[in-house]
Design a protein around this ligand. Structure first.
Ligand SMILES: N[C@@H](CCC(=O)N[C@@H](CS)C(=O)NCC(=O)O)C(=O)O
Length: 303
């Protein structure tokens, strides 16, 4: 039986990003359905607060954020590598652009157009996730759509010359742009713009045809039981560092620096230049090790 559990929901674009990696690597994994709005009482015992989707669980190890989840999959499943080392920097920069800038040009118009398909509390939940300054800076919807059209032109230019974003093979750059455009396709006016570009349509279909890896479903209660029965491994990775700002043993509060700023508090077990692992003890699941990337997260002393 596979150890990989993905806490996700069907409509979640960021889950689709990770699922395309499962497909590429043909990984066997379990899908646990989580609610599309807060509260998430069968997720937060694992994360300690973080409510974004997806979250990957392996035993009592909890991985937050797709950036980190994908790095972990690359380490654990090196047989079908995702991104060659000489393209990794470019792929990560493109992924960051897609996850934030491209996504923000898609999220507003999509939610506006698919609003009727989602429960009415969805819109209030998403509005509450935004920081006040983000809400205040909300841009006119027609402008955002026009920006999306320009984004599509850049993506298309790249795909006219190669099968995938960075050449002949699927990489992280494809996974990151794919999940956003695949989601955008739910909104009729954005789908119409995507359909203007044959190369993009063909590339989207190629990635859809890759499938989802070996997927099976799991109940959330079973995932919680797995965490409860497992003991997290505290051994630091080979690239662990000593960092005076994040000393091992200190209690630390972690939250995203963009939207959805729920806090996870735990004891630092190890840090690398790019990631951090903290230990939490939860009444439902016992000891868990929660892993975060450092890019995009704020850390505050909680001792
Ligand atoms: N930086 C995060 C972003 C994840 C994200 O924004 N996920 C969306 C769903 S696709 C989310 O959590 N929305 C709020 C929710 O599901 O409660 C990542 O890469 O994992």
């Amino acid at each position: 039986m596979s150890d990989i559990i993905l806490h996700q929901y069907e409509m979640s674009p960021f889950s689709r990003k990770v699922i395309s990696i499962f497909a590429h690597k043909n990984i066997a994994w379990h899908a646990v359905d989580q609610p599309i709005t807060a509260p998430k009482p069968e997720l937060t015992p694992l994360t300690g607060g973080y409510r974004k989707i997806p979250v990957m669980q392996i035993g009592a190890h909890i991985y937050c954020d797709t950036k980190l989840i994908i790095r972990e999959l690359e380490k654990r499943f090196p047989e079908t590598p995702l991104t060659p080392p000489e393209l990794l920097g470019a792929a990560e920069i493109i992924a960051d652009w897609a996850d934030h800038r491209l996504f923000s040009n898609v999220a507003g118009p999509s939610i506006f157009e698919i609003g009727k398909l989602v429960p009415k509390e969805f819109l209030a939940d998403r509005a509450a996730m935004q920081r006040p300054e983000v809400m205040a800076a909300a841009l006119p919807i027609e402008h955002v759509k026009a920006q999306f059209v320009l984004d599509l032109q850049m993506i298309n230019r790249q795909l006219l010359g190669s099968a995938f974003m960075l050449g002949a093979a699927f990489t992280l750059a494809d996974a990151a742009i794919f999940h956003v455009l695949n989601f955008a396709g739910n909104a009729p006016s954005l789908a119409a713009e995507i359909n203007q570009h044959k190369a993009i349509g063909k590339w989207l279909q190629t990635i859809r045809d890759m499938g989802e890896g070996q997927r099976s479903n799991m109940a959330a209660s079973d995932a919680l039981a797995i965490a409860r029965e497992a003991t997290p491994d505290h051994t630091p990775p080979a690239d662990a560092i000593a960092d005076d700002a994040l000393p091992v043993g200190q209690m630390i509060a972690i939250k995203p620096n963009d939207y959805g700023q729920e806090v996870t508090t735990g004891e630092i077990i190890w840090v690398t230049a790019e990631a951090i692992a903290v230990k939490r003890t939860d009444a439902q699941v016992g000891d868990v090790l929660v892993h975060y990337p450092r890019l995009g997260y704020l850390f505050e002393d909680a001792s």
